[in-house]
Design a protein around this ligand. Structure first.
Ligand SMILES: *[C@@H]1O[C@H](CO)[C@@H](O)[C@H](O)[C@H]1NC(C)=O
Ligand SMILES: *[C@@H]1O[C@H](CO)[C@@H](O)[C@H](O)[C@H]1NC(C)=O
Length: 332
């Protein structure tokens, strides 16, 4: 089996450029300022990383309001979140939270991150000149979007995927949860669309202000942005590794996958939310660099993850989301 490093270099080096960095877990609670602004609690539990302006509702310039971030790039006060993964005990039906763990150093370095996920901002697809020559403009303050849909019962998007990790290998990319235990956890990926209508900070479904040209499971954007969504924005993606290993011994051989998202729908319902919050022009400066790879693009300040790990928000919901639970929070 190829190592993840080999796979990544083969896939990535000739194909794209951009930022990649770890963000530790900020908080795990039932809030969703994009889809259910103002609701405390929201419908299901989320795993949230990024800046401490995170709240039940968020408006204005997040990058100016936040004072710390769990991300390595210290000017990035954005928030990134997905549903949380749970284990559903196959015989007694109790649920237990599955903790995220940092992506291993072979994948670019977690540098002491705690839990969390890895964030990507792809500048452009170097394999396609038509895309490369399209200027990448970053998001304005107040911008937000989602990808995927918890109600989905069929494949939504090539950029929403799973893989079953063993050792350092990510394994085959699949569109539903793995059907056999994974010895090194379940890897989930959420890619957002790279084209924006240039006008709306959001839309009623949180998606129609964006257009997806992604035509592969990776970071390859297919074609220039269409006239309806003419502005090429960085392609945001996040990758989370869920440490499912403590539960593998409770998964009887030959029985269905026991891992569920916090909304307990189909695994096709995997989804993610993004709230832009870079300070000033910091992200634009990075995207203006020619073919920068990963490391701040030479213009973004980084902080030690030990500092990032101290950034927290308080529990605003006040409910138990971990330990053995009779029902998923909000799903009684
Ligand atoms: C969150 O929102 C509440 C209600 O508007 C407000 O009182 C609180 O200060 C906010 N917290 C942060 C960290 O912005
Ligand atoms: C289900 O099984 C787990 C693991 O053995 C146990 O800790 C939990 O208490 C059980 N739940 C119920 C409702 O019996």
């Amino acid at each position: 089996m190829r190592s993840h490093t080999t796979t990544l270099l083969a896939l990535v080096a000739p194909a794209w450029a951009g930022l990649r960095f770890p963000c530790s877990t900020l908080t795990i609670q039932r809030l969703d300022p994009v889809v259910q602004p103002g609701s405390n609690p929201s419908g299901h539990v989320h795993h949230i990383v990024g800046g401490n302006a995170f709240n039940a509702s968020m408006s204005g310039d997040v990058g100016e309001r936040a004072s710390c971030t769990t991300c390595q790039m210290s000017e990035d006060f954005s928030n990134y979140w997905t549903a949380h993964l749970y284990f559903k005990h196959p015989t007694n039906g109790s649920y237990h939270r599955v903790e995220p763990k940092p992506v291993m150093p072979a994948l670019g370095g977690s540098n002491g991150a705690k839990g969390g996920l890895t964030v990507y901002y792809t500048q452009f697809d170097l394999s396609k000149d038509n895309v490369k020559t399209q200027h990448v403009k970053t998001f304005p303050p107040g911008f937000r979007m989602t990808v995927g849909n918890p109600q989905a019962t069929s494949k939504q998007h090539l950029g929403l995927s799973y893989s079953c990790m063993s050792g350092n290998s990510r394994g085959r990319i699949i569109s539903t949860m793995p059907e056999t235990p994974c010895s090194a956890g379940i890897f989930t990926t959420h890619h957002f669309p790279p084209c924006w209508d240039g006008k709306n900070l959001d839309s009623p479904d949180h998606q129609s202000h964006m257009y997806n040209t992604v035509n592969s499971e990776g970071f390859t954007n297919a074609s220039p942005c269409p006239a309806s969504h003419p502005v090429r924005v960085p392609q945001v993606a996040f990758e989370t590794v869920w440490d499912t290993t403590p539960f593998n011994s409770m998964w009887p051989a030959g029985t269905p996958n026991p891992f569920v998202w916090s909304y307990e729908g189909s695994s096709y319902g995997t989804h993610a939310d993004y709230m832009f919050g870079w300070k000033g022009d910091s992200l634009q400066r990075a995207m203006d660099k020619s073919e920068c790879f990963y490391d701040g693009c030479g213009s973004i300040k980084k902080q030690p993850m030990a500092t990032a790990n101290q950034c927290k928000v308080k529990d605003m919901v006040g409910e138990t989301t971990t330990g053995w639970l009779k029902a998923l929070p909000g799903r009684i």
